[in-house]
Design a protein around this ligand. Sequence first.
Ligand code: FES
Length: 149
Amino acid sequence: MGGINPYIRQTEVARPMRRYRITFLPINVAVEVDPERIPYSAEGLPGSILEIALAHGVELDHACGGVCACSTCHCLVREGSRSLPEPSDAELDQLDNAPGVGPQSRLACQSVPDGTCDLVVEVPEWNRNLIQEGKREEARGKREEAGGR
Ligand code: FES
């Protein structure tokens, strides 16, 4: 499953015009986003933090497949949130169900950076299961293949 939820109003997003970087914490993995390669996959909005993470071997839970119908892709945008559009009402509704929500909280599947600055994104404790439960090697190989570190 993945793609776009036809039952919610989509937020207008500006596609990035240049390469930019997202650093994922706490694993401290930095990936370079190439606008020419978007969409990387069908998980989340094209160019979303979720799509970029998965394409570079950074596992994020995404129970609904990235269509803004759960809150498992909740992340904290520590730096660079100015390059994201305002959250939609649908995103805010889903965030209401997420644990540990704060002012930097976003749904990774709905957050599409415009590429005007680099980002630092923290994957919350409760969303690190895939990395902690044996996916490390697979993820590392995927990151190396994609040019991340
Ligand atoms: S993956 Fe379900 S809301 Fe993002």
